[in-house]
Design a protein around this ligand. Structure first.
Ligand code: PLP
Length: 447
């Protein structure tokens, strides 16, 4: 493998375009993200010229313990050398039970069973399927702008047309209510035919925080009308928001909790659905139904090892507390942008899940937003990357939002570097030189 990689050199964009996805390569080239990546460590990526980039995106939030975490890697290397039995299909091995026990110990007492998956979307699928079977109800309510994954069940709960258009018809029985609107939710739940209400505690798309009382109110309504509450922690789990799970901020006790992303330490795909005994026993209610849901590679042993080592690392390095501390500092440093910089409409976040939203009334801003809603954020994301070597993302739906999900182990000076570069970039972008506007419009048209 070493010689294969040495011969291949950094990622070959032409090969990717020929064999995997030419449109994605076009996007990378248009926005200047087509760097020849060769190495990563912690919160940094390195290109073939040895240039160091600060990773504020964290692989869409899967590198909470940092890229190539040496302790997680060592655990995996050790496990590979142990000739463990692997997946038995008809039998049990040691590691899944140990990880399940560890995960459940972190969760509220209501969550007592764990079903492993390989990805986040699969954990969501399991929540939807098991929720339907356990309640003997068919309907699923989700929220506008929700993101729960892209397989067909999870997609049916998705609240963004850009993901759902062209893939219909989606599954029957799925409906959405506005995020934050308890009256709309009650109007649906009152019919007493809703199996599951699925909600992200903080919406990933746009980093929308719940209004005060919303999640607690939603839980009370679910209990009143016999609906299972599914809090999707795929993105917000494992310290991202400054607590182990985001639902702890509101003292929730959900019935179903899908997790994934950073449970893998970024190494091996792994996910899980944590659930109440009541749900589990309603579905897996006899020997005949003992294997009613599952998949071949879940639980795979390397995934279990990565999960155990990642949880240990979060604890040893106190990364959850660090996320809370650095997140508070990030908000403190950037909230003044709202008053100081004309184009900044809002700054929001919890822990190290953070976003800045832009606004504008100038002619150039309006022109950009007419070409593509949210495009102004690209005018910040691109120079942050090309001039300051900081990786971020645009993450809004019809609004201009820049979002970050950095590794939780980033340093205080990494954070200061980001804040300084962000301010400088926004100040330049708000004057919007013609060349930048032209670039952004070209990027929008190249879609
Ligand atoms: N749920 C949430 C809240 C997510 O943010 C994501 C992915 O971004 C998923 C589910 C899907 O996870 P995966 O990409 O592992 O399928």
């Amino acid at each position: 493998m070493r010689s294969l990689l040495e011969d291949a050199g950094p990622g070959d964009l032409d090969l990717w375009a020929r064999t995997i996805n030419p449109q994605f390569v076009r996007v990378l080239r248009t926005i200047g993200f087509d760097r020849p990546w060769v190495r990563a460590e912690g919160a940094h990526l390195y290109d073939a010229d040895g240039v160091r980039y600060l990773d504020m995106l964290g692989g869409f939030g899967m590198y909470n313990v940092g890229r190539n975490n040496p302790r997680v890697r060592d655990a995996l290397v050790q496990a590979l050398g142990l000739d463990t039995p692997g997946m038995l299909a008809m039998g049990v091995t040691a590691l899944p039970g140990l990880l399940a026990e560890r995960l459940l110990a972190l969760a509220p007492p209501r969550l007592e069973r764990c079903l492993f998956t390989s990805t986040g979307t699969e954990a969501v699928e399991a929540a939807l399927k098991l929720g339907r079977a356990a309640t003997r109800r068919a309907r699923v309510i989700s929220t506008d702008h929700a993101f729960h994954g892209l397989t067909l069940g999870a997609l049916s709960a998705n609240g963004n047309a850009e993901f759902t258009d062209r893939f219909g018809p989606l599954l029957p029985g799925f409906e959405r209510v506005p995020f934050g609107d308890l009256d709309a939710l009650e109007a649906e739940l009152r019919r007493e035919d809703v199996a599951v209400f699925i909600v992200e505690p903080i919406q990933g798309k746009g980093v929308n925080l719940p209004p005060a009382g919303y999640l607690e109110g939603a839980q009370a309504l679910c209990r009143r009308y016999g609906t299972l509450l599914c809090v999707d922690e795929v993105q917000t789990g494992f310290g991202r928001t400054g607590t182990m799970f985001a639902f702890e901020h509101w003292g929730l006790e959900p019935d179903l909790v899908p997790v994934s992303k950073s449970l893998s330490g970024g190494y091996v795909p792994v996910g899980a659905l944590l659930m109440s005994t009541a749900v589990h026993e309603a579905v897996f209610d006899s020997m005949e139904h003992a294997v009613s849901h599952g998949s071949t590679f879940a639980p795979n042993e390397l995934g279990m090892v990565a999960g155990l080592a990642t949880l240990q690392e979060l604890e040893d390095e106190q990364l959850v507390e660090r996320s809370a501390r650095l997140g508070a500092r990030l908000l403190e440093l950037t909230t003044p942008f709202v008053d100081e910089l004309d184009v900044v409409r809002d700054v929001r976040g919890l822990g190290l899940m953070w976003a800045i939203e832009f606004q504008g009334d100038g002619m150039a801003y309006r022109m950009l937003e007419r070409a593509q809603r949210g495009l102004f954020a690209q005018l910040v994301v691109v120079p942050l990357f090309t001039d300051h070597h900081i990786l971020t993302q645009v993450a809004g739906h019809k609004i201009a939002v820049l979002k970050v999900l950095p590794p939780l182990m980033l340093s205080g000076s990494d954070l200061d570097e980001f804040v300084g570069a962000l301010r400088e970039t926004i100040e330049s972008a708000q004057h919007m030189p013609r060349s930048l506007t032209k670039f952004a419009l070209t990027a929008a048209r190249a879609r």
